[in-house]
Design a protein around this ligand. Sequence first.
Ligand SMILES: NC(=O)c1ccc[n+]([C@@H]2O[C@H](COP(=O)([O-])OP(=O)(O)OC[C@H]3O[C@@H](n4cnc5c(N)ncnc54)[C@H](O)[C@@H]3O)[C@@H](O)[C@H]2O)c1
Ligand SMILES: O=c1ccn([C@@H]2O[C@H](COP(=O)(O)OP(=O)(O)O[C@H]3O[C@H](CO)[C@H](O)[C@H](O)[C@H]3O)[C@@H](O)[C@H]2O)c(=O)[nH]1
Length: 331
Amino acid sequence: MAVMVTGGAGYIGSHMVLALVDAGRDVVVLDDLRAGFRWAVHPAAAFVEGDCGDEKLLARLIRQHGVTAIVHFAGSIVVPDSVVDPLGYYFNNTVKSRALIGAAVENGVRHFLFSSTAAVYGDAKESPIPETARLAPVSPYGTSKLMTEFMLRDTAAAHPLRYVALRYFNVAGADPARRSGQSSPRATHLIKVASQAAVGQRTHLDVFGTDYPTPDGTCLRDYIHVSDLARAHVLALDHLAAGGESAVLNCGYGRGYSVLEVIEAVKRVSGVEFPVRLAPRRAGDPAALVAGADRIRAVLGWKPEHDDLDAIVAHALAWERSLAERREAAE
Ligand SMILES: NC(=O)c1ccc[n+]([C@@H]2O[C@H](COP(=O)([O-])OP(=O)(O)OC[C@H]3O[C@@H](n4cnc5c(N)ncnc54)[C@H](O)[C@@H]3O)[C@@H](O)[C@H]2O)c1
Ligand SMILES: O=c1ccn([C@@H]2O[C@H](COP(=O)(O)OP(=O)(O)O[C@H]3O[C@H](CO)[C@H](O)[C@H](O)[C@H]3O)[C@@H](O)[C@H]2O)c(=O)[nH]1
Protein backbone atom coordinates (compact mmCIF):
# COMPACT_ATOMS: atom_id res chain seq x y z
CA MET A 1 0.00 0.00 0.00
CA ALA A 2 1.98 2.95 -1.25
CA VAL A 3 1.24 6.50 -2.34
CA MET A 4 2.74 7.51 -5.69
CA VAL A 5 3.88 11.14 -5.77
CA THR A 6 4.55 12.51 -9.25
CA GLY A 7 6.79 15.60 -9.18
CA GLY A 8 7.96 14.59 -5.70
CA ALA A 9 11.45 16.03 -6.31
CA GLY A 10 9.98 19.49 -6.84
CA TYR A 11 9.17 22.25 -4.39
CA ILE A 12 5.69 21.30 -3.18
CA GLY A 13 6.01 17.58 -3.97
CA SER A 14 9.14 17.21 -1.80
CA HIS A 15 7.19 18.69 1.14
CA MET A 16 4.35 16.23 0.50
CA VAL A 17 6.86 13.38 0.62
CA LEU A 18 8.07 14.70 4.00
CA ALA A 19 4.48 14.89 5.28
CA LEU A 20 3.78 11.32 4.10
CA VAL A 21 7.02 9.94 5.55
CA ASP A 22 6.28 11.78 8.82
CA ALA A 23 2.83 10.10 8.79
CA GLY A 24 4.48 6.68 8.38
CA ARG A 25 3.25 6.09 4.81
CA ASP A 26 5.09 4.19 2.06
CA VAL A 27 5.94 6.51 -0.82
CA VAL A 28 7.16 6.09 -4.38
CA VAL A 29 8.24 9.26 -6.16
CA LEU A 30 8.12 9.54 -9.95
CA ASP A 31 9.94 12.60 -11.30
CA ASP A 32 11.92 13.18 -14.49
CA LEU A 33 14.08 15.79 -12.70
CA ARG A 34 13.52 18.45 -15.37
CA ALA A 35 12.95 20.94 -12.55
CA GLY A 36 13.34 18.87 -9.39
CA PHE A 37 16.30 17.69 -7.35
CA ARG A 38 17.09 14.08 -6.44
CA TRP A 39 18.52 15.21 -3.09
CA ALA A 40 15.21 16.88 -2.21
CA VAL A 41 13.49 13.47 -1.96
CA HIS A 42 13.51 12.05 1.57
CA PRO A 43 15.61 8.84 1.63
CA ALA A 44 12.72 6.83 3.10
CA ALA A 45 10.81 7.24 -0.18
CA ALA A 46 11.49 5.06 -3.24
CA PHE A 47 12.61 7.21 -6.17
CA VAL A 48 12.10 6.50 -9.87
CA GLU A 49 13.41 8.86 -12.53
CA GLY A 50 10.84 8.85 -15.33
CA ASP A 51 7.96 10.53 -17.08
CA CYS A 52 4.50 10.76 -15.52
CA GLY A 53 3.00 10.16 -18.98
CA ASP A 54 4.81 6.85 -19.57
CA GLU A 55 1.94 4.36 -19.38
CA LYS A 56 4.08 1.21 -19.33
CA LEU A 57 6.25 2.56 -16.52
CA LEU A 58 3.15 3.65 -14.59
CA ALA A 59 1.52 0.22 -14.84
CA ARG A 60 4.73 -1.42 -13.65
CA LEU A 61 5.22 0.94 -10.70
CA ILE A 62 1.60 0.67 -9.58
CA ARG A 63 1.85 -3.12 -9.51
CA GLN A 64 5.36 -3.32 -8.05
CA HIS A 65 4.71 -0.89 -5.19
CA GLY A 66 1.04 -1.71 -4.55
CA VAL A 67 0.05 1.90 -5.24
CA THR A 68 -3.42 2.72 -3.87
CA ALA A 69 -3.35 6.51 -4.30
CA ILE A 70 -1.69 8.93 -6.70
CA VAL A 71 -0.77 12.52 -5.80
CA HIS A 72 -0.05 14.38 -9.02
CA PHE A 73 2.29 17.40 -8.72
CA ALA A 74 4.35 16.89 -11.90
CA GLY A 75 3.88 19.62 -14.45
CA SER A 76 5.15 22.81 -16.04
CA ILE A 77 4.44 25.82 -13.87
CA VAL A 78 5.58 29.15 -15.34
CA VAL A 79 2.58 31.18 -16.50
CA PRO A 80 4.40 33.46 -19.04
CA ASP A 81 6.21 30.42 -20.53
CA SER A 82 2.81 28.85 -21.18
CA VAL A 83 1.82 31.86 -23.28
CA VAL A 84 4.93 31.40 -25.45
CA ASP A 85 4.65 27.59 -25.62
CA PRO A 86 0.98 26.64 -25.19
CA LEU A 87 1.30 23.24 -26.87
CA GLY A 88 4.25 22.33 -24.66
CA TYR A 89 2.09 23.16 -21.63
CA TYR A 90 -0.93 21.23 -22.90
CA PHE A 91 1.35 18.27 -23.59
CA ASN A 92 3.09 18.15 -20.22
CA ASN A 93 0.13 19.23 -18.08
CA THR A 94 -2.95 17.91 -19.88
CA VAL A 95 -1.91 15.06 -22.20
CA LYS A 96 0.33 13.44 -19.57
CA SER A 97 -2.32 13.88 -16.88
CA ARG A 98 -4.69 12.01 -19.19
CA ALA A 99 -2.17 9.14 -19.36
CA LEU A 100 -1.76 9.14 -15.58
CA ILE A 101 -5.53 9.14 -14.92
CA GLY A 102 -5.87 6.35 -17.50
CA ALA A 103 -3.16 4.31 -15.74
CA ALA A 104 -5.00 4.79 -12.43
CA VAL A 105 -8.26 3.52 -13.91
CA GLU A 106 -6.67 0.59 -15.75
CA ASN A 107 -4.59 -0.54 -12.78
CA GLY A 108 -7.22 -0.17 -10.05
CA VAL A 109 -5.93 2.96 -8.26
CA ARG A 110 -9.05 4.58 -6.83
CA HIS A 111 -7.79 7.71 -5.07
CA PHE A 112 -6.25 10.67 -6.88
CA LEU A 113 -5.11 14.12 -5.70
CA PHE A 114 -4.41 16.82 -8.24
CA SER A 115 -2.41 20.09 -7.95
CA SER A 116 -4.69 22.68 -9.45
CA THR A 117 -4.32 26.42 -9.21
CA ALA A 118 -6.03 29.74 -8.58
CA ALA A 119 -5.16 30.43 -12.23
CA VAL A 120 -8.36 28.53 -13.19
CA TYR A 121 -10.32 31.62 -12.05
CA GLY A 122 -8.49 34.13 -14.26
CA ASP A 123 -9.45 37.72 -13.45
CA ALA A 124 -11.98 36.88 -10.77
CA LYS A 125 -14.70 39.42 -10.09
CA GLU A 126 -15.13 38.28 -6.47
CA SER A 127 -12.71 38.53 -3.56
CA PRO A 128 -12.36 36.23 -1.69
CA ILE A 129 -12.97 33.77 -4.54
CA PRO A 130 -15.27 30.82 -3.76
CA GLU A 131 -14.82 27.48 -5.54
CA THR A 132 -18.12 28.19 -7.31
CA ALA A 133 -16.72 31.31 -9.03
CA ARG A 134 -16.63 31.48 -12.81
CA LEU A 135 -13.83 29.36 -14.30
CA ALA A 136 -12.13 31.59 -16.86
CA PRO A 137 -8.36 31.05 -17.01
CA VAL A 138 -6.43 33.75 -18.87
CA SER A 139 -3.30 31.66 -19.59
CA PRO A 140 -2.64 28.30 -21.28
CA TYR A 141 -1.19 27.22 -17.90
CA GLY A 142 -4.54 27.82 -16.19
CA THR A 143 -6.45 26.18 -19.03
CA SER A 144 -4.14 23.15 -19.04
CA LYS A 145 -4.92 22.64 -15.34
CA LEU A 146 -8.64 23.21 -15.71
CA MET A 147 -8.79 20.60 -18.49
CA THR A 148 -7.26 18.08 -16.08
CA GLU A 149 -9.89 18.98 -13.47
CA PHE A 150 -12.56 18.28 -16.10
CA MET A 151 -10.96 14.93 -17.03
CA LEU A 152 -11.00 13.92 -13.37
CA ARG A 153 -14.63 14.99 -12.93
CA ASP A 154 -15.77 13.00 -15.96
CA THR A 155 -13.61 9.95 -15.21
CA ALA A 156 -14.86 9.83 -11.61
CA ALA A 157 -18.44 9.83 -12.95
CA ALA A 158 -17.69 6.84 -15.20
CA HIS A 159 -15.28 4.73 -13.12
CA PRO A 160 -14.68 3.80 -9.47
CA LEU A 161 -12.20 6.67 -8.98
CA ARG A 162 -12.55 9.46 -6.44
CA TYR A 163 -10.37 12.57 -6.46
CA VAL A 164 -9.63 15.84 -4.73
CA ALA A 165 -8.46 18.76 -6.88
CA LEU A 166 -6.68 21.31 -4.72
CA ARG A 167 -6.56 24.82 -6.14
CA TYR A 168 -3.45 26.40 -4.64
CA PHE A 169 -3.17 30.13 -4.19
CA ASN A 170 0.39 31.45 -3.60
CA VAL A 171 2.57 28.76 -2.08
CA ALA A 172 5.56 29.97 -0.07
CA GLY A 173 7.87 29.18 2.84
CA ALA A 174 9.82 26.00 3.55
CA ASP A 175 9.89 23.00 5.86
CA PRO A 176 10.39 24.43 9.38
CA ALA A 177 13.03 21.71 10.03
CA ARG A 178 14.96 22.91 6.94
CA ARG A 179 14.68 19.55 5.15
CA SER A 180 13.36 21.11 1.92
CA GLY A 181 12.33 24.42 0.39
CA GLN A 182 12.00 26.25 -2.92
CA SER A 183 15.37 25.33 -4.44
CA SER A 184 15.18 26.49 -8.05
CA PRO A 185 17.60 29.40 -8.60
CA ARG A 186 15.37 30.56 -11.49
CA ALA A 187 12.17 30.73 -9.42
CA THR A 188 10.07 33.84 -10.01
CA HIS A 189 7.84 33.76 -6.93
CA LEU A 190 7.82 36.95 -4.85
CA ILE A 191 8.80 35.57 -1.41
CA LYS A 192 11.55 33.42 -2.98
CA VAL A 193 12.95 36.34 -5.00
CA ALA A 194 12.79 38.72 -2.02
CA SER A 195 14.55 36.13 0.16
CA GLN A 196 17.29 35.80 -2.48
CA ALA A 197 17.69 39.60 -2.42
CA ALA A 198 17.90 39.55 1.40
CA VAL A 199 20.72 36.96 1.42
CA GLY A 200 22.62 38.75 -1.37
CA GLN A 201 21.76 36.30 -4.17
CA ARG A 202 20.08 39.10 -6.14
CA THR A 203 21.05 42.74 -6.40
CA HIS A 204 17.50 44.11 -6.07
CA LEU A 205 13.80 43.40 -6.34
CA ASP A 206 11.34 44.82 -8.90
CA VAL A 207 7.77 45.65 -7.85
CA PHE A 208 5.65 44.83 -10.88
CA GLY A 209 2.98 47.53 -10.97
CA THR A 210 1.96 50.16 -8.44
CA ASP A 211 -1.28 51.35 -10.09
CA TYR A 212 -3.61 48.45 -9.31
CA PRO A 213 -7.02 49.15 -7.73
CA THR A 214 -5.80 47.93 -4.31
CA PRO A 215 -5.12 49.82 -1.05
CA ASP A 216 -1.43 50.51 -1.83
CA GLY A 217 -1.57 50.03 -5.63
CA THR A 218 0.30 46.69 -5.63
CA CYS A 219 -1.22 43.22 -6.17
CA LEU A 220 -2.83 41.28 -3.33
CA ARG A 221 -2.12 37.58 -2.94
CA ASP A 222 -3.05 34.87 -0.43
CA TYR A 223 0.24 33.24 0.68
CA ILE A 224 -0.06 29.69 2.05
CA HIS A 225 2.77 27.91 3.86
CA VAL A 226 3.96 24.89 1.89
CA SER A 227 3.88 22.63 4.99
CA ASP A 228 0.23 23.56 5.71
CA LEU A 229 -0.50 22.78 2.06
CA ALA A 230 1.23 19.39 2.29
CA ARG A 231 -0.79 18.55 5.40
CA ALA A 232 -4.00 19.43 3.53
CA HIS A 233 -3.00 16.78 0.97
CA VAL A 234 -2.48 14.14 3.68
CA LEU A 235 -5.95 15.00 5.04
CA ALA A 236 -7.38 14.77 1.51
CA LEU A 237 -5.96 11.23 1.20
CA ASP A 238 -7.52 10.35 4.59
CA HIS A 239 -10.83 11.83 3.38
CA LEU A 240 -10.83 9.60 0.29
CA ALA A 241 -9.70 6.54 2.28
CA ALA A 242 -12.64 7.08 4.66
CA GLY A 243 -15.05 6.97 1.70
CA GLY A 244 -15.34 10.76 1.29
CA GLU A 245 -16.69 12.17 -1.94
CA SER A 246 -14.65 13.80 -4.67
CA ALA A 247 -14.08 17.50 -4.02
CA VAL A 248 -12.58 20.66 -5.45
CA LEU A 249 -10.99 22.81 -2.74
CA ASN A 250 -9.26 26.17 -2.63
CA CYS A 251 -6.01 26.18 -0.65
CA GLY A 252 -5.31 29.51 0.99
CA TYR A 253 -5.85 31.31 4.28
CA GLY A 254 -8.47 33.74 3.01
CA ARG A 255 -6.37 36.86 3.59
CA GLY A 256 -4.45 38.94 1.05
CA TYR A 257 -1.11 40.74 1.44
CA SER A 258 0.17 43.35 -1.01
CA VAL A 259 3.53 43.10 -2.74
CA LEU A 260 4.78 46.03 -0.60
CA GLU A 261 3.58 44.33 2.61
CA VAL A 262 5.48 41.17 1.66
CA ILE A 263 8.66 43.14 0.93
CA GLU A 264 8.32 44.93 4.29
CA ALA A 265 7.97 41.55 6.00
CA VAL A 266 11.10 40.16 4.31
CA LYS A 267 13.10 43.28 5.28
CA ARG A 268 11.76 43.17 8.86
CA VAL A 269 12.41 39.46 9.41
CA SER A 270 15.84 39.43 7.70
CA GLY A 271 16.99 42.84 8.99
CA VAL A 272 18.36 43.55 5.48
CA GLU A 273 17.51 46.73 3.51
CA PHE A 274 17.84 45.39 -0.06
CA PRO A 275 17.14 47.77 -2.98
CA VAL A 276 13.58 47.81 -4.35
CA ARG A 277 12.65 49.30 -7.74
CA LEU A 278 9.19 50.28 -8.87
CA ALA A 279 8.61 48.68 -12.27
CA PRO A 280 5.74 48.46 -14.80
CA ARG A 281 3.02 45.84 -14.48
CA ARG A 282 3.91 42.26 -15.41
CA ALA A 283 1.62 40.84 -18.13
CA GLY A 284 -1.23 38.68 -16.89
CA ASP A 285 -1.17 39.56 -13.17
CA PRO A 286 -4.70 39.83 -11.67
CA ALA A 287 -4.99 42.66 -9.08
CA ALA A 288 -6.21 40.42 -6.25
CA LEU A 289 -6.28 36.65 -5.70
CA VAL A 290 -7.60 35.73 -2.27
CA ALA A 291 -9.06 32.31 -1.51
CA GLY A 292 -12.52 31.67 -0.20
CA ALA A 293 -11.09 29.31 2.41
CA ASP A 294 -14.11 27.85 4.23
CA ARG A 295 -14.74 24.73 2.16
CA ILE A 296 -11.39 23.06 2.80
CA ARG A 297 -11.82 23.49 6.55
CA ALA A 298 -15.33 22.05 6.44
CA VAL A 299 -14.55 19.09 4.16
CA LEU A 300 -11.11 18.10 5.47
CA GLY A 301 -11.12 19.57 8.98
CA TRP A 302 -7.88 21.32 7.96
CA LYS A 303 -6.49 23.86 10.43
CA PRO A 304 -3.44 25.84 9.32
CA GLU A 305 -0.43 25.86 11.64
CA HIS A 306 1.62 28.56 9.92
CA ASP A 307 -0.96 31.23 9.03
CA ASP A 308 1.50 34.03 9.73
CA LEU A 309 3.35 36.00 7.04
CA ASP A 310 6.44 36.56 9.21
CA ALA A 311 6.72 32.82 9.92
CA ILE A 312 6.39 31.99 6.20
CA VAL A 313 9.10 34.53 5.42
CA ALA A 314 11.35 33.31 8.27
CA HIS A 315 11.19 29.74 6.92
CA ALA A 316 11.83 30.90 3.33
CA LEU A 317 14.86 32.89 4.54
CA ALA A 318 16.21 29.99 6.60
CA TRP A 319 16.01 27.76 3.53
CA GLU A 320 17.72 30.37 1.35
CA ARG A 321 20.59 30.42 3.87
CA SER A 322 20.73 26.59 3.77
CA LEU A 323 21.07 26.75 -0.01
CA ALA A 324 23.89 29.30 0.31
CA GLU A 325 25.70 26.98 2.78
CA ARG A 326 25.17 24.06 0.38
CA ARG A 327 26.72 26.09 -2.46
CA GLU A 328 29.69 27.11 -0.32
CA ALA A 329 30.27 23.50 0.72
CA ALA A 330 30.22 22.45 -2.96
CA GLU A 331 32.84 25.07 -3.95
N1 LIG B 1 4.23 26.90 -6.70
C1 LIG B 1 3.01 27.42 -6.71
O1 LIG B 1 2.78 28.52 -6.18
C2 LIG B 1 1.88 26.67 -7.35
C3 LIG B 1 0.61 27.28 -7.39
C4 LIG B 1 -0.46 26.58 -7.96
C5 LIG B 1 -0.27 25.29 -8.46
N2 LIG B 1 0.96 24.72 -8.43
C6 LIG B 1 1.11 23.37 -8.98
O2 LIG B 1 1.77 22.55 -8.03
C7 LIG B 1 2.56 21.56 -8.70
C8 LIG B 1 3.97 21.56 -8.14
O3 LIG B 1 4.53 22.85 -8.32
P1 LIG B 1 5.98 23.23 -7.75
O4 LIG B 1 5.95 24.68 -7.42
O5 LIG B 1 6.38 22.25 -6.72
O6 LIG B 1 6.85 23.07 -9.08
P2 LIG B 1 8.25 22.35 -9.32
O7 LIG B 1 8.69 22.70 -10.70
O8 LIG B 1 9.18 22.60 -8.19
O9 LIG B 1 7.84 20.80 -9.27
C9 LIG B 1 7.34 20.10 -10.39
C10 LIG B 1 8.08 18.77 -10.45
O10 LIG B 1 7.51 17.99 -11.51
C11 LIG B 1 8.57 17.40 -12.26
N3 LIG B 1 8.05 17.16 -13.61
C12 LIG B 1 7.60 18.06 -14.51
N4 LIG B 1 7.14 17.45 -15.60
C13 LIG B 1 7.28 16.10 -15.38
C14 LIG B 1 6.96 14.93 -16.13
N5 LIG B 1 6.40 15.01 -17.35
N6 LIG B 1 7.22 13.71 -15.58
C15 LIG B 1 7.78 13.60 -14.35
N7 LIG B 1 8.11 14.68 -13.60
C16 LIG B 1 7.85 15.92 -14.11
C17 LIG B 1 9.72 18.39 -12.19
O11 LIG B 1 10.99 17.81 -12.41
C18 LIG B 1 9.56 18.93 -10.76
O12 LIG B 1 10.32 18.18 -9.84
C19 LIG B 1 2.49 21.89 -10.19
O13 LIG B 1 1.56 21.02 -10.80
C20 LIG B 1 1.98 23.33 -10.21
O14 LIG B 1 1.25 23.60 -11.37
C21 LIG B 1 2.04 25.39 -7.89
O1 LIG C 1 9.99 39.89 -8.49
C1 LIG C 1 8.76 39.95 -8.32
C2 LIG C 1 7.95 38.79 -8.31
C3 LIG C 1 6.57 38.95 -8.15
N1 LIG C 1 6.04 40.20 -7.99
C4 LIG C 1 4.58 40.35 -7.81
O2 LIG C 1 4.21 39.57 -6.69
C5 LIG C 1 2.89 39.02 -6.87
C6 LIG C 1 2.98 37.53 -6.71
O3 LIG C 1 3.72 36.99 -7.80
P1 LIG C 1 4.28 35.50 -7.84
O4 LIG C 1 5.08 35.36 -9.10
O5 LIG C 1 4.92 35.17 -6.55
O6 LIG C 1 2.98 34.61 -7.93
P2 LIG C 1 1.74 34.69 -8.94
O7 LIG C 1 0.60 35.28 -8.16
O8 LIG C 1 2.08 35.28 -10.23
O9 LIG C 1 1.55 33.15 -9.29
C7 LIG C 1 0.88 32.22 -8.48
O10 LIG C 1 -0.43 32.08 -8.92
C8 LIG C 1 -0.56 31.67 -10.26
C9 LIG C 1 -2.02 31.63 -10.49
O11 LIG C 1 -2.49 32.92 -10.73
C10 LIG C 1 0.11 30.32 -10.50
O12 LIG C 1 -0.61 29.28 -9.89
C11 LIG C 1 1.55 30.34 -9.99
O13 LIG C 1 2.10 29.04 -10.04
C12 LIG C 1 1.58 30.87 -8.58
O14 LIG C 1 2.89 31.00 -8.12
C13 LIG C 1 2.47 39.46 -8.28
O15 LIG C 1 1.68 40.60 -8.15
C14 LIG C 1 3.78 39.83 -8.96
O16 LIG C 1 3.64 40.82 -9.95
C15 LIG C 1 6.82 41.34 -8.00
O17 LIG C 1 6.33 42.46 -7.87
N2 LIG C 1 8.18 41.18 -8.16
